[in-house]
Design a protein around this ligand. Structure first.
Ligand code: PMP
Length: 406
């Protein structure tokens, strides 16, 4: 919101603040965090499985041995040794990258901000899946970029729909700068882009002169252990790839990265420096030690097993408690299930009643730039235990039953 009429600064705000909206998720956190509410709303990793005692010892040693470096300013591009390790992480997805082309950022959220900053003028179009990640939509709006959604199905973004979206936006005389896509275990849709579509989408964008922005925080969290090839592995020249340690390790350290074509990387480092001077050195060194000294792949396996069990609990509970005519996705990884209710439901209007019934979710409209999603909602299965998930979905079912009687 831009503020209210009592705000004495109102006439002085920049026009871009018009696009700034309080995130639906943030507004929910205060209520959803109350212990009696089962929150299926936030996408918070379940950190109880981290080896906290060993991490405490590691961070103590980091300060004792390397404190003068760890607590100092650092490089605007990020620590060279961490960038090398990041290249090894990305090699799991078939990416062959040089550490010079990696820029470390304050989470991938900062990377979204930097990429939008260097590519988009007000009015420029960004194509994105329908639905798309609420945090990216907020960033795009803050730079006054216009999002045009492209239809997706259970196999992700539809190449034919991408072609026709490009044609119709261009017919209207607008400039398309980016295709923003989340190929794996989508937030919020829970779907994965079919591998056979990936090369085609990269080719369509390269031919049309549109840069692909591939956002992949969940790629290593496939429940079967399958890791899909990144779009970046198919086109190194036209794809900007975003990665993060938030879901595979811990979001509190706020460390993500961009792998960019060489020329773009220059601009990103300048943008990173003007935004933050440098990403936090201590946090980068901590992650670098974690990757070197801990069984990080074993930790990811633990996360996968934990989340797979919770996904199963959620799907079984949906089967038992959703009204006739409800559809939902069946994610093979990640954190989210996307639920589509029958005609007539309004998930935003229903939310206060759901919270009163001690269950929370994110209404579907948060994930569209254009008001769609009224009868949809995102349910996260990452944080609550399977028992709490079952109870939460049961409560949701009772709320929906009540709605039908209104
Ligand atoms: N992209 C997507 C698709 C996400 O789901 C998230 C976190 N919810 C982010 C980016 C931001 O992650 P972070 O800044 O913690 O790396």
């Amino acid at each position: 919101m831009t503020g209210n009429s009592l705000d004495p600064h109102l006439a002085r705000y920049a026009a871009r603040t018009e696009g700034m909206r309080a995130s639906a998720i943030r507004a929910l956190f205060a209520v959803a965090n109350r212990p009696e509410v089962v929150s299926l709303a936030g996408g918070m990793p379940y950190l109880a499985s981290l080896p906290l005692d060993q991490l405490a010892a590691e961070s103590a040693e980091l300060i004792a041995k390397d404190g003068r470096v760890a607590l100092q300013y650092g490089s605007g591009q990020g620590l060279p040794e961490l960038r090398e390790q990041i290249c090894q992480v990305m090699s799991l997805e078939g990416i062959n990258a040089h550490p010079d082309d990696v820029v470390v950022t304050v989470g991938s959220q900062m990377a979204l901000d930097l990429v939008t900053r260097i590519f988009c003028d007000p009015g420029d179009v960004i194509l994105a899946e329908a639905p798309s990640y609420v945090g990216a939509l907020g960033t795009f709006a803050a730079y006054q970029a216009q999002v045009v959604h492209v239809d997706s199905d259970d196999d992700g973004l539809i190449p034919a729909a991408l072609r026709s979206a490009i044609a119709s936006v261009r017919e209207s005389g607008r400039k398309i700068k980016l295709l923003y896509t989340i190929p794996n275990f989508h937030n919020p849709a829970g779907t994965t882009l079919a591998v056979h579509r990936r090369g085609e989408i990269a080719a369509i964008c390269a031919e049309a002169g549109i840069t692909v922005l591939e956002d992949n925080p969940y790629g290593l969290l496939g429940f079967s252990g399958t890791v899909y090839p990144a779009i970046r592995s198919m086109d190194a020249d036209n794809v900007i790839y975003l990665g993060s340690f938030s879901k595979t390790f811990a979001p509190g350290l706020r460390v993500g990265w961009v792998l960019a074509p060489h020329a773009v990387r220059e601009k990103l480092v300048l943008a990173n420096e003007s935004a933050t001077l440098n990403p936090p050195v201590f946090n980068q060194m901590m992650i670098s030690r974690y990757l070197a000294n801990f069984d990080w792949q074993g930790q990811i396996k633990t996360y996968r097993e934990l989340y797979a069990e919770r996904r199963d609990a959620m799907l079984a509970a949906l089967e038992a408690h959703m009204p006739e005519g409800t559809a939902w996705t069946h994610p093979d990884g990640g954190f989210y299930v996307w639920v589509t209710l029958p005609e007539g439901f309004d998930t935003a209007a229903m939310l206060p009643r759901a919270v009163t019934a001690r269950v929370a979710y994110v209404p579907g409209t948060a994930f569209y730039a254009d008001g769609f999603g009224t009868r949809q909602m995102r349910l996260s299965f990452c944080y609550p235990t399977p028992e709490r998930i079952t109870e939460g979905v049961r409560r949701l079912g009772a709320v929906l039953e009540g709605e039908q009687e209104i």
